[in-house]
Write a protein that binds this ligand. Sequence first.
Ligand SMILES: Cc1cc2nc3c(=O)[nH]c(=O)nc-3n(C[C@H](O)[C@H](O)[C@H](O)COP(=O)(O)OP(=O)(O)OC[C@H]3O[C@@H](n4cnc5c(N)ncnc54)[C@H](O)[C@@H]3O)c2cc1C
Length: 479
Amino acid sequence: MSVEQTEPRRHRVVVIGSGFGGLFGTQALARADVDVTLVARTTHHLFQPLLYQVATGILSVGDIAPATRMVLRKQKNAQVLLGDVERIDLENRTVTSRFLERYTTTPFDSLIVAAGAGQSYFGNDQFAEFAPGMKTIDDALELRGRILGAFEQAELSHDHDERARLLTFVVVGAGPTGVELAGQIAELSRRTLKGTFRNIDPTEARVVLLDGASDVLPVYGGKLSRKARNTLERLGVEIQLGAMVTDVDADGLVVKEKDGSQRRIESQCKVWSAGVSASPLGKQLAEQSGAQVDRAGRVEVLPDLTLPGHPNVFVIGDMMSLNKLPGLAQVAMQGGKYAARQIIASLDGADPTHREPFKYFDKGSMATISRFSAVAKVGKLEISGFLGWVAWLFIHLLYLVGFSSKLSTLLSWAQAFFSTGRNEMAATEQQVFARIALEHMRADEPDGDSQNGESATKDGDRSAQAPAGQGRGGTQAAG
Ligand SMILES: Cc1cc2nc3c(=O)[nH]c(=O)nc-3n(C[C@H](O)[C@H](O)[C@H](O)COP(=O)(O)OP(=O)(O)OC[C@H]3O[C@@H](n4cnc5c(N)ncnc54)[C@H](O)[C@@H]3O)c2cc1C
């Protein structure tokens, strides 16, 4: 199917992705004399920074993932299309997306590509079956099921070794996501689940945080890394640094130490938060424009976030590589707004060759470690502990999209932080097994194409390797 054009027509902007870059870019075009088509593979805008709270039963999916078309309801120049973009044709200026078996080709005059990044296993995609990452709603719900399911199985087991394996949780990658998740699994076991089982003591669960780097939160460094580490240790998280994961299976993982020795950790529930791999659409764009992609699959864009020879095509957010900017929500949001401004300026007759380069305004970064404790870095200012946590709370509420999401999140936080309860502790068998079942089904299809559908960015380029610390995680898996 082709999206129909009517003459005379307005300038057509296609935006790929409904994440931070895509949504903020679209919204920045609200008053422009353009027609915007936002194509995304999910129906929602996802606030990824709070995914770990969905995984650990604090927040519901609705709190962090409002429906994109509801968010854009009042923006009359914007249309939302559900579809997985499979092909971008720069020469003919079209984007082809697929939803189930229906293909849609959407023409564009300007294009903003904000398809984000998936998890990278540094060429070891087989680890994903046993150590899922955390990039999507499905990932978070699967993890919730795996975490809570491990406690349930331990309650049923009478075997000492099996119980120990079930009650050992391993998080690979001590970047902000890994730190936040390890902290929350520890709090879940120490506070929320305390006294709820009869055969096991959930507070004795082992939570291990592993990284190949020599410190937790290496991007923060020095004092903040030390504070984060101390807080985690007080919560009972075992921190194992300088440790590279060389193998993962259903019952555990193998770790290589700096001295070359190997050891095994028995653990049923493993989580991977160690690296990122940009959307494979980046490679397509690079091939067609002559741009380069870096080792994590990010497109090396020009200073105005466009592709060489294509001043109308912007690549933003986690997909772009420019001046070593980190993969942060603010980079994507500011990139989306910048691209929108350049499109509007071009319509007003501005010469694209004289654009001001994109300038990132660093509003700081933060990670919460536990209830009432976070670390935050804003320029040279470093905040930690309760003050850091208040700053974290405020910033996250500020950027959650929609008043009802803010309100429901605030209520869920009040429940989780001031009592031992958590509102979202339900998990189903399908949440745990659907991904693997779907992957097996796809592998059994005649063309065996496991890159179609939900896991397309996850699988990514098998050779892509993000250097330690470049994503929100920081570990490199060896082997
Ligand atoms: C668990 C986690 C925690 C994080 N915590 C923080 C934090 O605390 N602070 C911070 O600043 N940053 C954080 N980040 C990073 C931040 O979320 C990203 O930098 C940001 O989301 C990037 O925005 P984006 O628009 O480039 O991509 P995304 O927000 O990932 O959006 C990509 C969009 O593209 C869509 N898409 C992908 N492929 C296709 C396709 N082929 N066709 C159609 N649509 C497609 C996706 O469905 C999605 O809508 C975190 C990330 C994760 C995963």
